[in-house]
Design a protein around this ligand. Structure first.
Ligand code: ADP
Length: 485
């Protein structure tokens, strides 16, 4: 029997059809972008009502493609989708309404900053959060007045298509949202089809290709890529909470979560007690496909090869398996490892599976140094009862975001700008920053008084230069001038 049974077939959108979709989107965007925020918000609110009412239908499709538990699907796909639809409907106007910042120096002018939609946004998504990672950027781009074309992962296309279904039922005008289907070829076609922005979520290798293609076409993009997130457990951490957080952070979505906990650094003083609790909690996890269970199968069986390669390398170099360690059809057992080092790929490459390697460290400094010893920098967590100490550690981490005494939930916090450092990404999504990223901030400078000419216009004379020097001396050479400038 195959590890994962096929559940259907999709028709791939040919490149010429992708171009046609962009043309249709551009036509439809004009009217959508001209609507008031309140009118766009109404569509989001309608979509929320439909999603709340018909969540089971959505969960069913997502579960068939991912093998995830019902609870986890509700928690990581439906709940944040409802939040995203509500939050951006409520706040987009505040973030994107015209601003009139005063002019600090050129006081004879006024400044108006207006946020114009970019036009057509292409959103390319991965398979690990197939509904929310398509819906959340879509909501932001739509509320900013753009038309959207999503290219879902070829591994989970039906979950991506659900976004279109939802907005169609919510009354979004035709062609303001479209889905194109296929693999990397279709993704590449979308990047080259004349869109005004690409929002990409996926692997580093593909992100680099997308970034290069966007660079050539001078199309702005955000790249949300992989991670190797570190968890730092201080000697004053609440052991029970930290152990629970490690197990959840490591095994949530069977480890297929870009902000999943991939490395744990634990202070020497509590190491043994912490590891014992983590192993106990891990052993209690239930794997399955039906009824109540905690950890599902791997969504994309090819990921099992990566896990097995990392595990074999770690064991060959001296790692000890405290529990788990076996592949079981399409599943991989939740696994706890110790005696791991940064010579092992399990500590340096993204595993994206249910593996929790734990390292003993002597101090906060060593933990920080080891956490930063990575090509990635997506997120990370710090666990301590002393908030000031935890924040001080967080500030020193070379990573996109940090959670304290909590597993990585930043992507789900609408207010928090989200994006990676180093090879984990380029640019940020979500919140005010994310919404603004789907716009062009256009400054309009307006002269106030309508004088016949400006001092700096032609002709240039010695007299005018002397006056300009006087202005310079007054503005940056006197206390009053410095205060006013
Ligand atoms: P994963 O889903 O494993 O994180 P990828 O990074 O390969 O994997 O894929 C993320 C998304 O990027 C998928 O929708 C995939 O089809 C798409 N994709 C793959 N190659 C390209 C490419 N060259 N250009 C644009 N999109 C691509």
């Amino acid at each position: 029997m195959a590890i994962v049974e096929p559940i259907g077939e999709i028709a791939v959108t040919p490149a010429v059809e992708v171009k046609a979709a962009v043309a249709r989107a551009r036509m439809a965007q004009a009217a959508w972008g001209a609507l008031k925020f309140a009118d766009r918000a109404r569509v989001m609110e309608k979509a929320r009502t439909i999603l709340m009412r018909e969540q089971e239908r959505f969960i069913e499709v997502i579960r068939r493609e991912t093998g995830r538990s019902h609870f986890e699907t509700l928690m990581m796909e439906i709940f944040p989708a409802l939040d995203s639809l509500t939050y951006y409907a409520k706040h987009a106007e505040k973030f994107l309404t015209d601003k009139r910042p005063g002019m600090h120096l050129l006081r004879t002018k006024k400044l108006l900053v207006t946020y114009k939609p970019l036009g057509v946004v292409g959103i390319i998504t991965p398979w690990n959060g197939p509904f929310i990672l398509a819906l959340n950027p879509t909501v932001q781009a739509l509320m900013a007045g753009n038309a959207v074309i999503v290219k879902p992962s070829e591994v989970t296309p039906l979950s991506g298509e659900l976004v279109g279904e939802l907005f169609r039922e919510a009354g979004l005008p035709e062609n303001v949202f479209q889905c194109v289907l296929g693999d990397g070829e279709t993704g590449a076609a979308l990047v080259g089809a004349g869109v005004d922005k690409i929002s990409f979520t996926g692997s580093v290798a593909t992100g680099r290709k997308v970034g290069e293609a966007c660079g050539r076409a001078l199309v702005p993009c955000t790249l949300e890529l992989g991670g190797k997130d570190a968890m730092i457990v201080c000697d004053d951490a609440d052991l029970e909470r930290a152990a629970g957080g490690a197990v959840f952070g490591g095994f949530f979505n069977a480890g297929q979560f870009c902000c999943g906990t991939e490395r744990v650094y634990v202070h020497d003083a509590i190491f043994d007690a912490f590891v014992a609790r983590v192993v106990e909690k891990t052993r209690a996890l239930r794997q399955g496909t039906e009824g109540e269970y905690d950890v599902g199968r791997m969504i994309w069986p090819r990921q099992l090869d990566v896990i097995e390669r990392h595990m074999a390398d770690a064991i060959a170099k001296g790692a000890r398996v405290l529990c788990g360690g076996n592949r079981n059809g399409g599943f991989y057992e939740p696994t706890v490892l110790v005696d791991v080092t940064h010579e092992m790929s399990i500590m340096t490459e993204e595993t994206f599976g249910p593996i929790l390697p734990i390292v003993r460290v002597a101090s906060d400094d060593v933990a920080i140094e080891m956490a930063n010893d990575s090509i990635y920098g997506l997120s990370g967590t710090v666990w301590s009862k002393d908030e000031a100490r935890a924040i001080a550690i967080a500030r020193r981490l070379e990573t996109g975001s940090v959670c304290i005494n909590e597993s990585s939930i930043t992507y789900g916090a609408c207010e928090a700008p989200f994006g990676g450092r180093k090879q984990s990404g380029v640019g940020q999504v979500n919140g005010e920053v994310g919404l603004r990223g789907y716009c062009h901030a256009m400054p309009i400078v307006i002269d106030r008084f309508g004088t016949k000419e400006e001092h700096v216009w032609y002709p240039y004379t010695a007299d005018k230069e002397r006056t300009l020097q006087k202005v310079i001396r007054w503005v940056w050479g006197t206390p009053l001038g410095k205060w006013m400038s």
